[in-house]
Design a protein around this ligand. Structure first.
Ligand code: SAM
Length: 392
């Protein structure tokens, strides 16, 4: 049995029976160890289910769909993931860690399957499983360290479309400058959303000379709305448990590794957004939103409107802490009108405000209006659709 967090010395270092202080103490510690082993084994079974179901998530990654099925059957590999930090999505974390090692230059034939490393010459993903498991065995120690230390912080530049749309709706209701706060900002790419140009099924908005252009598809039958209004931005602040420093090449590499290997366009967008952040740095406060938001709300000029945005963040907050997370955001509205905007999967909607669509951009306004879904979105903003259209 390997050492675990709750059993730091591990069964291998158990005292010999003759030196054990007493029988009942020995039985107790035995029961303790059995309990730990059972908890771990239940967790490994849950992880196996998670990986078996993960292919439905990796819609644009045939490679990750294949790797998830192999991981699901490898108990030793799954055990590493029992050491991840709270709230971390296991498949994103493990596959990100493997991709990071490969991008860093680790030599192994697994790289032949990664379009991010060998382009269109990538080998058939359906053959990758045994090679992947071999990689994980050989590099187990590095993987374990990464899984223990790193966070799933994927900064998806295209999600700025969601903020852009919400700001356009807010501009219709609020003619004063707003303070923008992004909770779970990662490197902060969305805080610069108004520097980007948007092309939504051919309809453009944003600065024509922008260095970052984001394209997405509109699945409605009519032309997409213009979404070209925006209130003046009085200030912009991020909050993150672990703000990513884009001036550090290793931190940039970790975020790059979290982009799925087939999604070169997303990787290119991320790199362009990094350049913007280096040129126009944003302030991302380090800490848990639960602790930071109340004081941040108090520090903003009283009475001035604020917009809090979060995307793919509440889903990473452990379920037991989600009510506190929501209250912390609400507290920002105690000192000025609050527009609370989110893009979270239907499994983690704030205020239990689920819609019957899998993922929506939704907003809660300061004028007593309950959460309103604005539009259906793909998790990576590959498309957006009116609420009335059935997309799946
Ligand atoms: C998957 S990333 C999404 C980043 C960004 N919102 C996006 O959509 O591109 C989630 C981010 O939320 C942060 N996070 C998770 N829980 C948090 C909390 N309780 N307080 C602050 N940040 C948190 C993580 O560190 C991570 O950077």
């Amino acid at each position: 049995m390997r050492p675990s967090r709750s059993d730091p010395v591990g069964a291998g270092t158990r005292m010999p029976v003759s030196t054990v202080p007493g029988r009942s103490a020995s039985r107790k510690s035995m029961r303790g160890r059995v309990g730990v082993a059972m908890r771990e084994s239940t967790e490994v079974m849950r992880l196996a289910d998670h990986f078996r179901n993960a292919p439905s998530v990796f819609t644009s990654s045939p490679l990750y769909r294949s790797l998830c099925m192999s991981a699901a059957d490898d108990r030793d590999l799954l055990e590493i993931l029992t050491e991840r930090r709270a709230g971390q999505q296991p498949s994103y974390l493990l596959l990100g860690a493997v991709h990071y090692l490969l991008l860093r230059g680790v030599r192994h034939r697994l790289r032949d399957f990664y379009p991010s490393l060998v382009g269109s010459a990538a080998a058939d993903p359906n053959d990758a499983g045994p090679v992947f498991l071999d990689f994980c065995r050989v590099h187990r120690a590095e993987l374990r360290r990464l899984v223990r230390e790193r966070l799933v912080q994927t900064n998806v530049v295209k999600r700025s479309v969601a903020l852009k749309i919400a700001m356009s709706v807010i501009a219709d209701r609020c003619d004063r400058p707003v303070h923008l706060i992004e909770v779970g900002a990662s490197a902060g790419v969305h805080l610069l959303f108004d520097r980007y140009r948007y092309v939504i099924s051919g309809r453009t908005s944003g600065p024509a000379d922008a260095d970052v252009t984001i394209e997405t598809k509109w699945l409605g039958s009519d032309l997409p709305p213009a979404y070209d209004r925006c209130p003046p931005i009085a200030g912009r602040t991020g909050v993150d448990i672990n703000p990513v420093d884009v001036t550090d090449p290793d931190e940039r590499l970790w975020l790059r590794a979290l982009v799925w290997p087939e999604n070169q366009q997303e990787a290119d967008l991320l790199s362009a957004a990094f350049h913007q952040l280096i040129e126009y740095p944003v302030d991302v406060i380090a800490g848990d939103a639960i602790d930071i938001c109340p004081s941040l709300g108090r520090r903003l000029p009283p009475g001035e409107p604020r917009v809090v945005f979060h995307a793919a963040t509440r889903m990473h907050v452990p379920p037991a802490q989600r009510a506190e997370f929501d209250s912390a955001i609400d507290s920002i509205g105690e000192h000025g009108p609050l527009f609370h905007v989110w893009q979270e999967p239907s499994t983690a909607p704030p205020r239990g405000s689920g819609t019957d669509v899998p993922e929506a951009l939704a907003m809660h306004g300061p004028d007593g209006i309950d959460p309103i879904p604005l539009i259906q979105v793909d998790g990576h903003l590959e498309w957006i659709a009116p609420l009335t259209v059935e997309v799946r």
